[in-house]
Design a binder for this molecule. Structure first.
Ligand SMILES: Nc1ncnc2c1ncn2[C@@H]1O[C@H](COP(=O)(O)OP(=O)(O)OP(=O)(O)O)[C@@H](O)[C@H]1O
Ligand SMILES: [Mg+2]
Length: 314
């Protein structure tokens, strides 16, 4: 197996296109949003390479199925979901958000993003006067953002760009155990090959009774091998129940799952027997990096197998 880097930027896409024409497979790392650009030019190029017989991971069609926040809605009933809604327009958001907010805090997410861009914690704020409309407390999950008090109308106007760019917004119940940390499961096709654990995340609240600016910034993520005892029950449920159920709903066979992807979990309500439950926060398939050292060999083996299969087909 011979590996070579293909450094990508829209400005020199022709160089990369030529390079892709001479290989059996390509592994791709590129954020959905980066420096104000999106993946549209790259995705067209990758589709073209795949159509010509090159193995592409992750294929843009697979990313569209499992790597956008819409997956939280399409798979909300398979066991890893929580109270989840999907808005197709700003008008729908305006109409339906107040009913959901009456049940408690929500997290709204643009469908395609990363780094907390377009992810908002939203809750009702009784402090804003009735004459100003419904009052909200909102906080952007992008690093450095502080809670603000605005009206529902202002918030909906702020979201209009997400509907224009991504065609919708996802609405998920706020998970109050966020301060206990998040668990990222790294998968190679259908198997968990490592974990990441982050104790302090975006949207971590300020200590009670202190001003919003005192909320701590996100901390480091620590990486672990897939054998870490604490997360074996999560690994088992994910590999044996949720990933197969997701594949069924989305119509993705195991070899078409990305060579490297991740599922982020929040802690849900404890079960009657005291065991933890888990709620899917999101799936990343566009640019999973860094990842645990334990995943390196499984990634290489999977990439080799797929590239060999692509060569044999041609
Ligand atoms: N339902 C929720 N309850 C509590 N906190 C949440 C919830 N959903 C998201 N968050 C917080 O917001 C952060 C960003 O959300 P999410 O991971 O969905 O977006 P992202 O922009 O794709 O992030 P990343 O770049 O890490 O992939 C999460 O890491 C978590 O801290
Ligand atoms: Mg993400």
């Amino acid at each position: 197996m011979q590996a070579e880097p293909a450094i990508y930027h829209d400005d020199f896409r022709e160089d990369v296109r030529r390079q892709l024409a001479s290989v059996d497979g390509v592994l791709v790392w590129m954020n959905p949003i980066q420096d104000g650009r999106n993946r549209s030019v790259l995705d067209a190029l990758l589709r073209e390479a795949a159509a010509a017989g090159v193995f592409v991971s992750a294929h843009p069609d697979v990313i569209m199925k499992l790597g956008t926040k819409e997956v939280l809605y399409t798979t909300r009933d398979i066991g890893w979901g929580c109270d989840t809604g999907l808005y197709r327009s700003a008008a729908e958001l305006r109409r339906e958000l107040p009913t959901r907010l009456a049940r408690g805090a929500r997290v709204l997410k643009r469908l395609r993003g990363n780094g907390g861009i377009g992810v908002w914690k939203v809750e009702l704020d009784s402090g804003v006067g009735a004459g100003d409309g419904i009052g909200l407390r909102v906080r952007h999950a992008q690093r450095g953002s502080v809670e603000e008090r605005i009206t529902l109308e202002d918030f909906c106007r702020r979201c209009e760009t997400y509907f224009a760019d991504d065609g919708g917004m996802l609405d998920q119940a706020w998970q109050p155990r966020l301060p206990e940390g998040m668990i990222r499961c790294y998968l190679v096709h259908g198997r968990v090959e490592g974990f990441g654990h982050q104790a302090i995340n975006a949207l971590y609240p300020a200590p009670p009774g202190t001003p919003p600016e005192t909320a701590p910034p996100p901390g480091a993520r620590l990486y672990h091998p897939p054998t870490l005892p604490e997360f074996q029950s999560l690994k088992q449920q994910l590999e044996q129940e949720w990933v197969p159920a997701m594949q069924q709903v989305l119509g993705i066979d195991t070899e078409s799952l990305p060579v490297l992807w991740d599922c982020d979990f929040l802690l849900g309500t404890k079960r009657a027997d005291g065991a933890d439950s888990y709620v899917l926060c999101e799936i990343n398939a566009s640019s999973v990096s860094p990842y645990p050292a334990a995943a390196v060999e499984p990634i290489a083996r999977a990439a080799l197998a797929r590239a060999q299969a692509a060569r044999e087909r041609h």
